[in-house]
Design a protein around this ligand. Structure first.
Ligand SMILES: [Zn+2]
Length: 456
């Protein structure tokens, strides 16, 4: 086997996890290195036998699986409508830009997305989740998401992709925003609403944010009306980006508990679980309750919401961060399972931003919380059954889908053929009208001007 082949194999993945185990153990032996590493042995470990690094069967035993994998946070970006004006240069922020296309924006296409999800990972079904991007000419607008759903339905001969409806009640006039929700629900099969209390503030720094519970009379009072509108339309699940705040205070999950208390008949899913990339995941205590995911737990506790009620925790991007730090990963998962509930922790990855989600799936399949952490913090042991719930069964219950473990396989040629027969053709990237060209050039000029000032 060549080195390249080896690294691409399950044995290669097993070796990487074994190295991570070894480094973590060594770090602990040297003394407490971080706030999450509170013992002399690691709080979490990847349960992989050394033989998995050389024997494919052993590697598959540790990292493979036949369980239902339902990823409730998928994203893609189709830049064929307008490459620069909208989308906050999302493409430039993620590893997927290095996929090997001449134009890195092409790495985020529908084709790449379906290939990474269905051919290069064990994902069986997924939800395309809305992004914090203004809807006009969005590279992941409802039209793009729905086209992806249709392409997958043709390729797989069954329904595998669910859609979020994007709701931005604080952008523009509230009545118009609520009307837009109704139009969206009439035009597309909306499985749940995705909204962003920190958008556009997080990108524009304009203070335009809001709270689900309208807690602050000085901010836009749109939370309650938004929730009622969702209910009126007949969708009972609201997904809110919480955590990964990019400096906006509105991304705090502090309002999730109160909103969930006020609406016991609605489900509130905290996407990212309140995790912050620069805040370590530590035990939940009075002293740490305003940190990271602890904020979500604290907001539930204040309202008397227990595990397995109407608050849910989704782990997209958050798991990608913490799986590198087994102590943090143990706290992250352990806390969510204990306080949000074993039925309410949901699998999501935020892929294709990080390429194929397969390493994250493998990490989940092999991860274990140490007996010491289980005893000390009341975290559960991660059994195969519990992992199957996290990886798919919990999400299936929430979204009301029948678990489908049949793989969807197709060739690149079939993918291209189907794409060609559907309404939106493959196009060369770039503006296509006079107005778009003008705007494109203005934008470009502005960027150069900014760069010139920075260099000066
Ligand atoms: Zn996301």
């Amino acid at each position: 086997m060549s080195r390249r082949e080896f690294l691409l194999s399950a044995c290669g993945a097993a070796t990487a996890f074994l190295a991570l185990n070894a480094c973590t153990a060594e770090e602990h032996a040297a003394g407490p290195a971080s706030p999450s590493a509170t013992g002399s042995t690691p709080g979490g470990t990847y349960e992989i036998p050394p033989s998995a690094s050389v024997e494919p069967e052993s590697a598959f035993e540790a990292l493979g699986g036949e369980e239902f994998v339902f990823d409730i946070q998928g994203h893609l970006l189709e830049y064929h409508l307008n490459p620069v004006l909208n989308g906050q240069d999302f493409w430039a922020s993620f590893p997927q830009q290095g996929c090997g296309e001449d134009d890195p924006r092409a790495c985020y296409s529908i084709e790449h997305f379906l290939e990474l999800m269905f051919l290069r990972s064990d994902t069986n079904m997924l939800v395309l989740s809305a992004l914090p991007i203004f809807p006009e000419r969005s590279p992941q607008g409802h039209d793009v998401m729905d086209l992806t759903r249709k392409v997958a339905a043709s390729l797989c001969q069954d329904e595998r992709i669910l859609l979020h409806g994007q709701a931005l009640p604080n952008v523009g006039k509230l009545d118009a925003a609520l009307d837009a929700m109704e139009h969206t629900a009439n035009a597309y099969p909306v499985a749940a609403w995705k909204t962003f209390t920190h958008f556009p503030d997080a990108f524009e720094g304009d203070g335009n944010g809001w709270w689900l519970d309208d807690r602050d009379p000085n901010e836009r009072q749109v939370g309650e009306r938004f929730i009622r509108k969702a209910k009126e339309i007949g969708t009972d699940t609201i997904c809110i980006h919480k955590g990964l705040s990019l400096g906006s205070p509105f991304a705090s999950p502090d309002d999730v508990g109160p909103a969930a208390k006020r609406h016991p008949d609605m489900n509130f899913v905290a996407y990212h679980s309140g995790f912050e990339a620069d805040v370590p995941e530590v035990p939940y205590t009075n002293a740490t309750r305003s940190m990271g995911t602890n904020r979500l737990i604290w907001s539930m506790e204040r309202e008397g919401i227990g595990p397995n009620e109407n608050v849910f925790a989704e782990m997209g991007t958050s798991w990608w961060f913490v799986m590198r730090y087994p102590d943090q990963a143990a706290h992250f998962l352990g806390k969510l399972l204990r306080y949000v509930g074993e039925d309410n922790v949901l699998w999501g990855t935020d892929c294709l931003f990080y390429g194929s989600p397969q390493p994250m799936i493998q990490a989940m399949r092999s991860f274990q919380i140490s007996p010491e952490f289980q005893e000390r913090y009341g975290y559960p042991k991660l059994t195969k059954e519990l992992k199957a719930k996290i990886l798919g069964l919990n999400g299936a219950k929430l979204y009301g889908v029948e678990p489908n473990t049949q793989a969807c396989r197709f060739t690149r040629r079939e993918l291209e053929q189907i794409r060609r027969t559907l309404p939106s053709r493959n196009r060369v990237l770039g503006p296509t009208t006079m107005a778009e060209t003008q705007a494109f050039r203005d934008d470009d000029r502005e960027q150069w001007a900014t760069m010139a000032t920075m260099l000066a």
